[in-house]
Design a binder for this molecule. Structure first.
Ligand SMILES: [Zn+2]
Length: 187
């Protein structure tokens, strides 16, 4: 439908372009390529559609996510109704979500300085794995990871307990840097 391309823009470069992360000269080269290449232009459109889809899923509360502080600030600026629960390592919190809430944010305090990668593991009360998020975004200086569970699913849940563990992933292996327990009751 869109022909082919003898020298397609590498996917990583495409992503970098979409997030406006390329250096000015690289960005200009990519733009010149798009002008003459329907194939790569279509690939960029597909990437944009994927991004929109992920964002829509997130805003509909369909996916679990760890978000950045700027993203949280954007959610607030846009008037989303949020509940925030700060929890210290080893701590627990009683939490809820009401029908009119858009999202809940677990502010997981943790010693993050010097870490390159953090994973998050979520289990139920019996330590059965519910889901895992790898290489989550975090600001080492902020000392917290912002966990935003899928709001739509959470609104359907009865009273239950969820256990969250943060893992530092290093050359030597993984080590737990914080455990957090959420005692959830329906709103
Ligand atoms: Zn091309």
């Amino acid at each position: 439908m869109t022909g082919s391309c003898a020298a397609p823009i590498p996917f990583g470069t495409l992503v970098g372009y979409w997030f406006a992360e390329l250096a000015a000269d690289a960005e200009q080269r990519v733009e010149e390529h798009f002008l003459g290449c329907a194939h790569c232009s279509a690939r960029l459109e597909a990437l944009a559609a994927l991004h929109q889809g992920i964002r829509a899923s997130f805003e509909n509360g369909a996916i679990h996510a760890v978000i950045s502080a700027p993203f949280l600030a954007t959610m607030k600026e846009r008037g989303m109704r949020l509940r925030e629960y700060p929890v210290a390592p080893g701590g627990s919190v009683h939490c809820t979500i009401s029908a009119s809430d858009d999202a809940v944010i677990g502010r997981l305090k943790a010693p993050l300085a010097g870490l390159a990668r953090v994973d998050m593991v979520v289990t139920d009360e019996a330590d059965t794995l519910l889901f895992q998020l790898e290489d989550v975004p975090f600001d080492p200086a902020a000392g917290e990871v912002l966990f935003c569970p899928a709001a739509a699913a959470l609104k359907q849940m009865p009273a239950h307990t969820e256990k969250v563990r943060l893992l530092a992933v290093e050359d030597a292996g993984e080590r737990a840097i914080g455990d957090y327990t959420f005692f959830h009751t329906p709103g």
